[in-house]
Design a protein around this ligand. Structure first.
Ligand code: PAZ
Length: 381
């Protein structure tokens, strides 16, 4: 396991997986509650607080971008899954399956093809060059060493190979972390605004939650499963949650464990009812405003093969960007499909072959080819 301080050189690391206590306030009043129906993209940033560390993260991105020669290609690559906290002092959260394999492996391929990479990733998920060692099901960190603390011979060649690559590309790669969906969205917007030009590519492989609990509805404290520790100001039945509870349970009594307007509601039966809002569609903002001069590749994950291509086309139609790479959960490491904005270009499946065992080694050259073609069309306009 590489320590966070190694990741960011001698500078102090940014940690995203801890509660920001200064914003972990009590939402026991209705005044902060925002109606989900009226919550559009910009409203989101007015009502969900900026991460404490964001200026520092943006400073790192600015410094990195400043040193890149003008003609070089840059990719903002997002990777791993976002969490959705259920409490402000977060004990519980919703997560998703993504380990960051696609992102970390794609970053290696972009680097090998001369791109500079900003790797916006879920903290503690897989990272380029480390990925084969840090999350192994069979080999734990200390297993790499013998009883004298020396690297075991079996691992030496592979570690040396990856270490050389890490050193070779260290100036081309910037690792920036996120944990929650809110941190992800603030970071994506801030970095995108710095990268709005045709040499920049957005490759959005992160698995971003479609649902979240707005800041205005987050209970301050851990959701209680019984009435015993219920705060007096929690007694007012949650407006938002009560509508869900009435449809899902015959019990009308609710011990609303959290504040008025809260997203969570514990019924007397002990059932927890969660009321999540949709995450506004930020891809639209990215395409139309934040990075309108850049090429944008998004990913579409499905589990039902019969809707994958339809959903990918729908995304292109809705957001008007250049390319969607579709994949199925079950086969995502073996095949993907390129679906282009140009209706004349048929979907193109990219599949592992007998010679190539890493799907990203096939995806990235194709993505780069499309980026080059897109740049050429922009220049001819
Ligand atoms: O991280 P991983 O390699 O396990 O999975 C990659 C992936 C399936 C998350 C990615 O290829 C993807 O489809 N991302 C977008 C998911 C979505 O929001 O549809």
């Amino acid at each position: 396991m590489i320590s966070p301080s190694h990741r960011f050189g001698s500078e102090s690391p940014i940690h995203t997986s801890v509660t920001e206590y200064h914003t972990a306030i009590d939402h026991g009043s209705d005044k902060n509650v925002v109606n989900a129906d009226t919550l559009i993209e910009d409203e989101y940033f007015r009502t969900n607080p900026k991460p404490e560390y964001l200026d520092k993260l943006v400073g790192k991105a600015e410094k990195f971008l400043k040193n890149i020669p003008k003609t070089c290609k840059i990719v903002l690559l997002t990777s791993g899954g976002t969490t959705v906290p259920l409490e402000n002092n977060t004990v519980r959260f919703i997560d998703n399956f993504s380990a960051g394999t696609r992102g970390a492996s794609s970053a290696e391929q972009f680097l090998a093809n001369g791109y500079y990479v900003i790797f916006l990733h879920r903290e503690f998920s897989l990272t380029p060059f480390n990925r084969q060692f840090t999350h192994s099901a069979t080999t734990q960190f200390l297993d790499y060493f013998n009883e004298h603390g020396e690297l075991k011979q079996d691992f030496k060649a592979k570690i040396l190979e990856e270490k050389k690559l890490q050193l070779k590309y260290q100036k081309q790669l910037l690792l920036l972390p996120f944990t929650t969906v809110n941190q992800y969205l603030w970071s994506l917007r801030s970095i995108a605004l710095l990268m709005n030009n045709k040499n920049c590519l957005f490759y959005l492989a992160a698995a971003v939650s479609d649902f979240y609990v707005p800041y205005s509805k987050l209970p301050q404290h851990k959701i209680q499963s019984s009435n015993e520790y219920k705060k007096s100001d929690y007694s007012k039945e949650s407006k938002s949650a009560s509508s869900s509870s009435s449809s899902s349970s015959s019990s009308s009594s609710s011990s609303s464990s959290s504040s008025s307007g809260s997203s969570s509601n514990v019924l007397s039966s002990g059932k927890l009812i969660l009321d999540l809002d949709p995450v506004p569609k930020f891809l639209r903002r990215l395409v139309q405003s934040w990075a309108k001069s850049s090429m944008i590749i998004s990913f579409k994950l499905e589990t039902d093969s019969s809707i994958l291509i339809k959903k990918a086309k729908q995304a292109l139609k809705n957001y008007n960007h250049q390319l969607v790479i579709g994949n199925l959960l079950q086969t995502r490491n073996k095949e993907v499909v390129f679906v282009s904005e140009d209706a004349n270009i048929k979907e193109q499946w990219v599949k592992l072959t007998a010679d190539v065992t890493c799907i990203e080694a096939l995806i990235i050259p194709e993505a780069i080819k499309r980026h080059q073609e897109w740049i050429a069309t922009q220049e001819s306009k």
